[in-house]
Design a protein around this ligand. Structure first.
Ligand code: FE2
Length: 253
């Protein structure tokens, strides 16, 4: 187990060291704070070390259905911490965070421990699973960045659809449809990218890792309640979200 843990940390460090950061930085800003890195981690490595943990926690899946907007399953940061900790070796990698900070030109920090989205898993496992167009709006006092990594992509229907430059004052919107193969990474500023995931077909499966970093981990308490309610309904369930939220409140009092 220790070797595998080290191997994730080492693989992330090697992956970061191999990046052409100046070129990626240019691309990220040219695309209004959006970037795709194909095969950030090699597919075979992801399938050997990370996918088995994502498959193991399928039993912990919380399924949601919001008519007209979203259908799918999620596993929260709390479950990842307890039962799929290899993902945290990527999320908490200092070299990875330093790379993201260089890319975004801000000093990024981890989300507070009571944010179930910090490092979570999204599952598209039943026909029609999808999410409609949205921004990953930041309820924090600063900006929020989303990093997605493909884990399983046995689908021809289920794609990440992005509308770059939507609401941009001068640029024309640009439409992209992306397949996120295991190890492919997508990085964006949550307030700037209008995106969706198209419905899964019969007999298909798609699993993605989502990680979140912020510039300021503080959140107005009213916004925290709103954010928790949204996460309960759309993602992780009431019990999961509020268990940690209340323990957070207890720690503060
Ligand atoms: Fe999103």
């Amino acid at each position: 187990m220790q070797n595998l843990v080290n191997s994730v940390t080492d693989a992330v460090e090697r992956a970061v060291a191999a990046l052409n950061v100046d070129q990626l930085h240019q691309e990220y800003w040219d695309q209004n704070e959006f970037l795709v890195i194909k095969q950030f981690l090699p597919r075979a490595f992801v399938e050997a070390t990370l996918v088995p943990q994502a498959q193991d926690v399928k039993t912990e899946l919380n399924r949601n259905y919001i008519p007209g907007h979203k259908k799918g399953g999620s596993v929260s940061y709390y479950t990842v911490q307890e039962k799929a900790p290899r993902f945290l070796d990527l999320y908490r990698s200092e070299s990875f965070k330093a790379f993201l900070s260089r890319l975004t030109e801000v000093k990024l920090t981890f989300c507070p421990d009571n944010d179930p989205h910090s490092c979570a898993l999204y599952y598209y496992t039943e026909p029609g699973d999808h999410i409609g167009f949205h921004y990953d709006t930041s309820y924090y006092k600063g900006a929020r960045y989303t990093i997605l990594m493909g884990l399983v992509d046995r689908s021809t229907h289920c794609k990440l659809v992005c509308e770059l430059f939507k609401d941009h004052p001068t640029k024309q919107p640009r439409h992209l449809e992306l397949v996120t193969e295991p190890g492919d990474m997508v990085i964006f500023n949550g307030d700037k990218l209008w995106h969706a995931v198209t419905p899964l077909g019969e007999g298909e499966e798609r699993i993605a890792l989502t990680m979140e970093y912020v510039t300021n981990p503080e959140m107005n308490p009213v916004k925290r309640i709103y954010s928790n309610l949204k996460d309960s309904i759309a993602y992780f369930g009431l019990k999961t979200v509020f268990k940690r939220a209340f323990s957070g409140l207890n720690r503060l009092s």
